[in-house]
Design a protein around this ligand. Structure first.
Ligand SMILES: *Cc1c(COP(=O)(O)O)cnc(C)c1O
Length: 384
């Protein structure tokens, strides 16, 4: 840092220059984030200084947070819901697994000085579970997927042992947008008396608003917690994630004594926490309602259908028929194609790991014109 500050004009010149080097979402088919809704942006700005780490000082914002949790409890069929706003899916997953581990430890289910507890997750789990293994020093056992990229219930069951403290299932996988057989996994969780966390970071703001009726939430009795990200399909500002628990019993295992704040306990991972994201999430959820989100999701699903129709015309098949607005395409040499699309055509896409395929997320910032332009370039890139 320099000794003397520079003028505001110069600062904003520097910022504009940096922003020009960011890619515009219009060319991005790899991101699960998008432009936040303008109502969310306005709300975010209005609450920019609000700190939910000391919510006794920000009682109004804290009320908004409680209302978000209740609205989500309503959508996900849970009258006794508890929870809070996180920085996103990663933090929600860390905290959910930490709660499972503490729940088991506090009940004396295992001797923490002797054994390393484990959880069983689908092989398609987000890489945040690799961070979890490291941070919580737990074993994360990965269950096989079937040909539709759903977790195999038999594989999950075979991995459960006496040191297993919980199960995870995915409602909308990051790579393929697939939903695990959560109804069956809920039964397994109940029969083994294990908590079950649902990672619906992406799917949470998609599945309730599509016509297909996937059972994935607290309506299934085995489900004990959920991760949902308003900063993805919820159109809120970053950082907006939500961690939900079926009831107070589970969240209580995250309690920490908080000296020198206006509140004496904290359940969160971070200390200082964005009240702006709380206001933004509240605002956009109230503004759009079920009808508004249904329109957003329906539009993305129509675009996804259009994209799949067109690529089939090019002889390209999706790895699975899209369940949500995430598509993985079976193309020759996906890694090379990805590089070519980026360097020669300025399209930003990603690839899946197993099987390797071209991964596209059809977010609200895309439209039919953009999809058609992309497919024309994809065709050229495949031919050259
Ligand atoms: C995006 C995503 C995450 C991680 O969320 P962040 O907000 O990036 O931390 C976790 N799980 C799933 C299924 C996701 O799609």
């Amino acid at each position: 840092m320099k000794q003397t500050g520079v003028s505001e004009e110069e600062i904003f010149y520097l910022l504009s220059d940096a922003k020009k080097r960011d890619f515009s979402y219009q060319r991005v088919l790899s991101s699960m984030c998008t432009y936040p809704h303008e109502v969310a942006v306005r709300a975010h700005m209005q609450f920019i200084e609000s700190n939910m780490g000391d919510f006794g000082l920000f009682r109004g914002t804290h009320d908004l947070e409680k209302q978000i949790i209740l609205m989500l409890g309503d959508i996900y069929h849970c009258g006794s819901v508890e929870g809070y706003l996180t920085t996103g899916g990663t933090e929600s997953n860390i905290q959910a697994v930490r709660a499972m581990r503490n729940f088991s430890r506090d009940r004396g289910n295992y001797d923490s000085s002797e054994v390393r507890p484990n959880i069983v997750v689908p092989a398609s789990a987000h890489f945040s579970f690799d961070k979890i293994a490291d941070i919580l020093d737990m074993e994360v056992k990965k269950a096989d997927l079937d040909h539709e990229m759903k977790v195999s219930v038999d594989s999950m069951q075979s991995l459960i042992d006496e040191n297993t403290v919980g199960l995870v299932a995915i409602a909308g996988s990051t790579e393929f947008g697939q939903v695990d057989p959560i109804e069956e996994i809920s039964q397994i969780a109940l029969s083994h008396s294990l908590p079950l966390h649902i990672d619906a970071a992406f799917g949470g703001f998609v599945l309730p608003f599509i016509s297909a009726n996937h059972k994935f939430d607290f309506s299934l009795p085995g489900v004990t917690s959920m991760a949902v990200d308003p900063h993805k399909m919820g159109l809120s500002t970053i950082p907006s994630g939500v961690l939900l628990f079926r009831d107070f019993e589970y969240i209580n295992h995250l309690r920490v004594h908080a000296p020198y704040l206006t509140v004496d306990t904290q359940y969160t991972l971070t200390g200082t926490r964005s009240g702006a994201a709380v206001a933004a999430t509240y605002a956009v959820m109230k503004f759009l309602g079920v009808e508004g989100y249904s329109k957003v999701v329906e539009r993305c699903m129509d675009l996804t259908g259009h994209l799949v129709e067109r690529v089939k015309g090019l002889g390209i098949r999706p790895v699975i028929d899209p369940v949500m607005n995430v598509v993985a395409l079976e193309v020759p040499h996906p890694t090379t194609l990805r590089t070519k699309l980026s360097s020669e055509y300025d399209w930003h896409v990603s690839i899946t790991q197993d099987p390797k395929a071209l991964r596209l997320v059809i977010m609200p910032h895309l439209d039919i014109g953009t999809i058609d332009m992309f497919i024309n370039d994809l065709e050229k890139a495949l031919r050259s």
